[in-house]
Design a protein around this ligand. Structure first.
Ligand SMILES: [Zn+2]
Length: 420
């Protein structure tokens, strides 16, 4: 139980100065089954952040209180898959196809049309699935939260849902061949026909061969049809559970009500062991490895792509994370940046490849390279990248470049315009 310091308790004391037993009961009620674990002022955001843990299930809540009318709610689950059947991705699509309280076919499409929401989405990451929603209207906000919570905890999942959102057989006619179809199956077939998207996947998978980042959470079309209905249901049962969940609130809505409405849903569950959903750290290699993959392309020899990838530190260290973002800006942020200029000036490839710094997973990685090149030029391109880094280490980075990168990072953080 968390200790109450809020105005509402003072107000209560003034009305019932002698009613101690009642106050204790009231306190218990007002904690709504949550224990406060941490509280911190975030001055830059004019906010107070509270972290709570739900006593019965272990669910966590990050509750950010401020006077921003743009209220945000999110619920996320750790969903690291163990294979490339795309189960987490298919489930993300499927829970949005109607729930116990909202048994309509496409509640989210209805919400998009009828609600005052300013943001509404669902996102599958390699290790988590997130359901964020935002609205500036309080009543609308509570309706949206209700739809979201019912969707994730009580979706109407049937064999037909898996067939529709995942995969099924289809025949255009009695003499036509049988083919696979399905919303996610088709989506991933599209992704697998994009060379850039495949390069990204291969780059990530090459440096995480031992954990969940080494497989495709989106789903590999060749493996998606291996997914059975039982596996699909078990994945929902084991992952879409308060014990495995992290809820998020932000804005000027009543912070007590946040806990109250979450407890009403969470307390219907009993705690389960979710230690299996933690992603283990990828161990560092003792020496560099080379991976070669192929993709369908024309016979032309300038269709090769190449990246060098480095496994970096854990994402959760905020100082190092920020420092690496600033370093990324120095290395590839501008056309004159050294790791952009040297590979491009080499004339070996048509364009820069690689995502730069990726910091959405448990460990960060950095990826840089070239596309539109002859595959045999990969060794030359690699040596240009390493030579540039060696030079930077020997000569150091110009203090003005560091200052410019810090300024531009600071500006984008202050502007706080994420575009969504
Ligand atoms: Zn999708």
């Amino acid at each position: 139980m968390y200790t109450l310091k809020s105005v509402r308790v003072d107000w209560y004391y003034s009305l019932h100065p002698a009613s101690m037993t009642y106050i204790i009961k009231e306190r218990k009620y007002m904690s709504h089954g949550f224990t406060k674990i941490n509280e911190m002022e975030i001055r830059e955001m004019g906010s107070i952040a509270h972290v709570y843990r739900h006593d019965k299930t272990g669910a966590r809540v990050l509750s950010i209180v401020n006077d921003d009318e743009n209220k945000v709610f999110g619920i996320s689950f750790r969903t690291p898959p163990e294979d490339s059947t795309g189960v987490a991705h298919i489930l993300e699509h499927s829970v949005l196809c109607g729930s116990e309280k909202y048994p309509i076919k496409e509640p989210f499409v209805e919400l998009l049309k009828g609600s005052l929401q300013t943001f509404l989405n669902a996102l599958t990451f390699p290790d988590k699935t997130c359901y964020p929603v935002a609205s500036a209207n309080a009543q609308d906000f509570y309706n949206l939260i209700d739809v979201y919570l019912d969707a994730v905890f009580y979706p109407r999942l049937t064999e037909n849902t898996l067939k529709q959102e995942g995969w099924h057989f289809e025949m255009d006619g009695p003499d036509k061949p049988m083919t696979y179809k399905g919303v996610v199956y088709n989506e991933m077939k599209g992704a697998y026909s994009s060379p850039e998207s495949m390069l990204y996947d291969y780059s990530q998978q090459s440096i995480f061969p031992d954990n969940t980042y080494g497989i495709d959470s989106g789903g590999d079309p060749a493996i998606i049809p291996d997914l059975t209905f039982d596996q699909f249901m078990a994945f929902h049962r084991d992952h879409y559970h308060p014990s495995n969940g992290y809820a998020y609130f932000y804005g000027d809505d009543d912070p007590e009500k946040r806990l109250e409405l979450l407890d009403a849903v969470f307390s219907k569950f009993d705690k389960i062991d979710v230690s299996k959903t933690r992603v283990p750290l990828q161990e560092r290699f003792t020496e560099a490895r080379t991976v070669r993959e192929s993709y369908p392309a024309s016979q032309r020899l300038d269709k090769g792509m190449f990246t060098v990838n480095w496994l970096l530190a854990e994402t959760c260290d905020p100082n190092l994370n920020l420092a690496l973002h600033i370093l990324e800006h120095i290395l590839i942020g501008l056309p004159s940046s050294p790791l952009k200029k040297a590979p491009m000036d080499s004339g070996l490839g048509a364009d820069l490849a690689g995502v730069g710094l990726e910091a959405d997973m448990r460990q960060m990685f950095f990826s840089i390279g070239l596309n539109g090149m002859h595959p045999s030029n990969a060794i030359k391109a690699e040596s240009i990248i390493f030579h540039t880094i060696k030079e930077l280490i020997e000569k150091g980075i110009d203090a003005r470049d560091i200052e410019a990168a810090i300024n531009s990072t600071e500006f984008s953080l202050r502007e706080n315009n994420t575009g969504s």
